[in-house]
Design a protein. Structure first.
Length: 431
């Protein structure tokens, strides 16, 4: 923290002891089953409530009705209905956003902030804020939380209809690749307006001297911890058979998360006489397909609250995270912090972060065979699994910060620098 906090503290001394007014724009619905992007900013908001002298934070989400929820005197959520929700066009996607070009309701809030933070480059909140910032000289900081161009390609493949239309669109017109390239170009255009850009180890952002700083993922290390292990509770709570290898996945059950890989992996394990059972925490459009493929060897728990999720992680045997589009999956870090060894898909941000973690193995996300081989090896070596779990916890304690540390060391210095004219403040956060 010394290399970051010192110069920004000097900026604060010159400005006087007043909190910075920041507006964060998350163009997704705030719901109990929202994904990791939404939860990231919920955790940051909770951390900010502890520092009223430093930050006055408003986080904007989509909501079915307009509203404002106060978390603390210095932190609030503002909910605004989308102008043109993706729900009007498609149903089978995990999180709906706003395709509108301008949000008049949001515009009324933007003059309140000294710095704006966009969390995507593509949707209505981001478009509205960028135009406002250009006209009014308000600095923008941007961050990448999902590989949206790749996600658009995957979604296009899934939604292109009949086999004939699919072949024409994909093999002849290459529409999914066109959508991906178009979104990559939009991301580059958006970042030209940013004072700083924060990257979650995705490699999507070009490395420049004044931005492309590291935005880490935080963790509640007291909540997600090995001492919460309770195997008897796990088996009773989710109807799991005793003396089975319990594989766990947590997150959205959708094609973008590559959950289709899980069924052939479990089927191959069962064919090899491994008594394996898959526990999935989450909801999504692929749930029915998983249930149809795996039947009684699958338990779908739905969305779990944080306390139950922490207990489940600590009590399972192995965590599977096949997604290659998550810039930094909350679930994988929480599982590792709970002492649960993990198999991670190459290409994801969390695989990059955890590449040196002895409690994790990184495998190709497009082949089931390496996953089956790795699980077969670990199924026969409970001592190795236990050793990996202990090593995972040690690694998390050494390398993964708390949410308060992410706020104070990664975000606040960059916001201060953008708002108060010290653009290079916080540049030492680059990694």
């Amino acid at each position: 923290m010394d290399g970051i906090g010192a110069p920004c503290a000097e900026v604060r001394r010159r400005q006087g002891a007043r909190p910075l007014k920041a507006g964060v724009l998350v163009d997704l619905m705030l719901t109990p089953d929202a994904g990791g992007h939404v939860k990231y900013w919920q955790r940051i908001a909770e951390a900010a409530a502890r520092f009223p002298g430093l930050i006055d934070l408003t986080v904007h989400f989509n909501g079915r009705e307009p509203g404002c929820a106060e978390l603390a005197t210095n932190v609030r959520y503002v909910l605004l209905p989308p102008v043109f929700s993706t729900a009007r066009l498609m149903r089978n996607i995990p999180d709906h956003t706003d395709l509108g070009l301008r949000h008049r309701g949001l515009l009324r809030h933007l003059p309140d902030y000294e710095v704006l933070h966009t969390t995507d480059a593509f949707f209505c909140y981001s478009r509205t804020a960028t135009r406002f910032a250009r006209r009014n000289g308000v600095p923008i900081v941007s961050s990448v939380h999902t590989n949206t161009p790749e996600y658009a390609r995957i979604t296009a493949h899934k939604l292109l209809g009949s086999p004939l239309i699919h072949r024409l669109a994909c093999d002849v017109l290459h529409l999914p690749d066109f959508f991906k390239l178009a979104m990559q170009r939009r991301l580059r255009r958006h970042l030209r307006d940013a004072a700083s850009a924060l990257d979650s180890h995705s490699g999507l952002l070009p490395r420049r001297a004044h931005w492309a700083l590291s935005l880490r993922r935080g963790l509640d290390r007291n909540l997600f911890a090995p001492h919460r292990r309770d195997r008897a509770w796990l088996e009773q709570r989710f109807g799991l058979p005793p003396d089975h290898l319990i594989l766990m996945y947590a997150g959205k059950l959708d094609a973008g998360k590559n959950v289709g890989l899980l069924a052939p992996v479990v089927e191959a394990l069962r064919a090899a006489d491994v008594r394996a059972h898959l526990l999935c925490a989450g909801e999504g459009g692929e749930r029915a397909a998983l249930e149809a493929a795996l039947g009684p060897v699958l338990a779908c728990a739905g969305v779990l609250d944080q306390a139950e999720l922490a207990r489940a992680y600590a009590s399972a045997d192995l965590f599977l995270f096949p997604s290659a589009i998550d810039e930094c999956g909350n679930a994988a870090l929480e599982a590792l912090a709970s002492g649960l060894p993990a198999l991670l898909a190459a290409g994801s941000g969390v695989a990059g972060i955890m590449a040196e973690c002895p409690g994790a193995r990184v495998l190709p996300g497009n082949q089931s065979e390496p996953w089956v081989a790795a699980i077969l090896d670990l199924a026969q070596n409970p001592e190795r699994r236990a050793e990996m779990g202990r090593a995972a916890r040690v690694h998390i304690e050494r390398h993964i910060p708390s949410w308060a540390e992410v706020l104070l060391e990664d975000l606040l210095p960059v916001w201060q620098a953008a708002a108060w004219g010290k653009q290079k403040c916080g540049a030492t956060a680059a990694s």
